[in-house]
Unconditional design. Structure first.
Length: 308
């Protein structure tokens, strides 16, 4: 993997996300910053809520939902950088990033307390909630254009003398209904997961017997399609992200980025990187945004295998 043009420095960046049309890049660090991708010009920089930790563009790219480490959520106008709504939900507790409904009217998010919620994106009202006892909801991902949600469940440690239940992933259709989640994969030690762009496959990083593995499963029935042992990550070295064309998987490793080709999961490339923690790709382009606790960047990437 080599850089073909001078990278754009993004500074400390916990999260990076391209807008649905690819024209803008949102960078979440100490503040939320919006960049114009073509001109590489900063459009605005704001701080909306304290300790912001995750974000998601609405399906039409007009709004950005943000969430803090305390669970507090807000919605921001992407064009102006103005705050549209502060949900004032400081007591909900920490959890995973929000995900929009396909119509852009609702926001779903999960908590470390096992609660899956759906809120009205214009009022903040909780319209749906389902509790999952003794679980942590580690991620909520929109797939199929947001028509479905994939939820990663981390099962908390069993009491002494009891068998530890496996972690699992569930699939939900909009609108979410009580008991509506269908288990699509059950596996011990799931650390992270990523649905493929076409919604047909699920990549999972998991551990067993002191080793770490990268596996790809059919999302409809959980059937394993491929698995390979991988070197252990560290810190934030668990995140997975498919390239937009589904030809490879990017992984945040320990002090490096790793790329695995699909099918086969052979290592295509790796690149040393200081404290990487987030990764996103611009469709039909070699542009990639790399988040780092120290110094993220927007750069052109070229893998050993043609991927764009």
């Amino acid at each position: 993997m080599t850089a073909s043009v001078k990278p754009l420095k993004l500074g400390c960046s916990y999260g990076v996300r391209f807008s649905p049309d690819g024209a803008r890049l949102a960078v979440l660090g100490r503040d939320l910053v919006l960049w114009d991708v073509a001109s590489r010009q900063k459009l605005w920089r704001r701080k909306f809520i304290a300790h912001c930790s995750s974000m998601a563009f609405s399906p039409d790219g007009s709004r950005i939902a943000i969430k803090s480490t305390t669970g507090q959520m807000a919605v921001v106008d992407a064009a102006s950088g103005n705050l549209l709504l502060n949900f004032q939900n400081k007591k909900d507790g920490e959890g995973c990033a929000p995900a929009w409904s396909p119509c852009g009217r609702y926001l779903a998010d999960g908590g470390w307390d096992g609660r899956l919620r759906v809120r009205d994106a214009q009022t903040g009202e909780v319209l749906f909630m389902q509790e999952h006892a003794r679980e942590m909801l580690r991620s909520v991902c929109a797939i199929d254009g947001g028509r479905r949600l994939l939820v990663q469940h981390g099962v908390k440690s069993a009491e002494e003398g009891l068998v530890q239940p496996p972690d699992y992933c569930s699939l939900w259709d909009w609108p979410l209904q009580a008991g509506g989640g269908r288990v699509v994969l059950s596996l011990p030690g799931i650390m992270s997961c990523a649905p493929s762009p076409d919604g047909e496959r699920l990549a999972v990083l998991h551990h067993a017997g002191g080793e770490e593995y990268l596996s790809v499963h059919a999302i409809d029935d959980g059937r394993r399609l491929a698995t390979v042992p991988v070197e252990a990550g560290g810190g934030t070295g668990n995140a997975l992200r498919w390239l937009p064309d589904g030809s490879a998987l990017g992984r945040i490793g320990k002090g490096k980025l790793l790329f695995y080709g699909w099918p086969g999961l052979d290592v295509l490339a790796q690149e040393d990187f200081t404290y990487p923690c987030a990764l996103d790709f611009l469709p039909a382009s070699p542009l990639a945004a790399i988040g780092s606790w120290e110094a993220g960047m927007l750069t052109h990437l070229k893998l050993h295998k043609e991927t764009a």
